[in-house]
Design a protein around this ligand. Structure first.
Ligand SMILES: NC(=O)c1ccc[n+]([C@@H]2O[C@H](COP(=O)([O-])OP(=O)(O)OC[C@H]3O[C@@H](n4cnc5c(N)ncnc54)[C@H](OP(=O)(O)O)[C@@H]3O)[C@@H](O)[C@H]2O)c1
Length: 257
């Protein structure tokens, strides 16, 4: 497939990963088409899907549920993935790529991760050749992790290990996958360093002069689930994004730093 221009539809093309992915694919000379509610494409209702998928070689799904409540996120990923795969079959799309999460299958107490596993299973038993890219958490997600765990001035966080990745690096790795042949399996991606969750968030808040105190608590829950140790990090071979968290923080520090 390499070497010719492909039409690649990016579902969630206005999102954090989606917008970076569209730019990356454009730079490589492909026709990247962002699709989402703002362009008249809604995967929950099916609106606009047949039109945007006409002539598409590849679909990359980097959409996300507007609500993280357990039932909402399950409904979002199962309904949208079902509609998308059916429309791709009608349009003759040759490769479905979706971004999931490293360790999703190892943490069934998390409603969000249960929904990502349901999404993966629909893709695996669906009619389209596919590649599932399981990523670790984005550096850009650190603020949301902190906010989710905040009570007053305290942020109580698990000591479980993470191996986070810069969104730019993930977008580039997803672009590599999108223009390659489907693997009909999982590709894992992660950042260059492993770090305990409490330590990662402490560094992130410090770099922004955020004075909340981070408390290490092995029993603290991460989006509903307890981490024993390294469930959020890749087990086998993973493709690695090179950007280090410290360098990313320095490049993204607020004005005046
Ligand atoms: N956060 C992490 O650390 C992490 C780690 C690994 C994997 N992931 C996965 O990475 C993916 C992308 O995450 P992200 O943070 O880049 O997402 P995001 O910035 O929240 O963007 C979500 C996108 O989905 C679109 N969307 C929402 N509802 C839609 C619908 N009904 N039909 C079509 N598009 C819809 C949004 O469009 P509008 O803005 O127009 O509504 C937006 O473009 C997700 O699947 C997530 O599970 C996340």
């Amino acid at each position: 497939m390499k070497g010719h221009t492909m039409k690649i539809v990016v579902i969630g093309g206005s999102g954090l990963i989606g917008s970076k992915l569209v730019a990356n694919l454009d730079e490589r000379g492909h026709e990247a088409v962002p699709a989402g509610p703002d362009t008249g494409v809604n995967t929950l209702t099916g609106e606009g899907l047949a039109e945007v998928l006409g002539g598409a070689d590849v679909v990359v799904d980097v959409s996300n549920s507007p609500s993280f409540a357990d039932e909402d996120v399950m409904e979002f990923f199962t309904t949208s993935t079902g509609n998308l795969l059916a429309a791709e079959k009608d349009a003759g799309v040759g490769h479905h790529v979706a971004v999931s999460i490293v360790g999703a299958d190892r943490l069934p107490e998390s409603g969000y991760l249960r929904a990502k596993v349901a999404q993966e299973q629909l893709i695996e038993k669906g009619p389209i050749s596919y590649t599932i890219v399981r990523s670790t958490q984005f550096f850009e997600f650190v603020g949301r992790i902190a906010d989710e765990a905040t009570d007053g001035d305290e942020v109580r966080l698990s000591t479980g290990l993470m191996q986070p990745i810069a969104a730019d690096d993930l977008a580039a790795l997803v672009a590599d996958v999108a223009v390659d042949e489907p693997v009909n399996g999982v590709v894992e991606v992660a950042g260059p360093e492993r770090v305990a969750m409490d330590e990662l968030i402490r560094r992130g808040l410090r770099a922004r002069d955020d004075e909340r105190e981070v408390i290490a608590d092995p029993d603290a829950r991460y989006f509903g689930t307890k981490l024993e140790n390294d469930e959020l990090t890749p087990v086998g071979d993973a493709r690695i994004g090179e950007t280090r968290f410290e360098d990313w923080l320095a490049a993204h520090a607020p004005a005046g730093h």
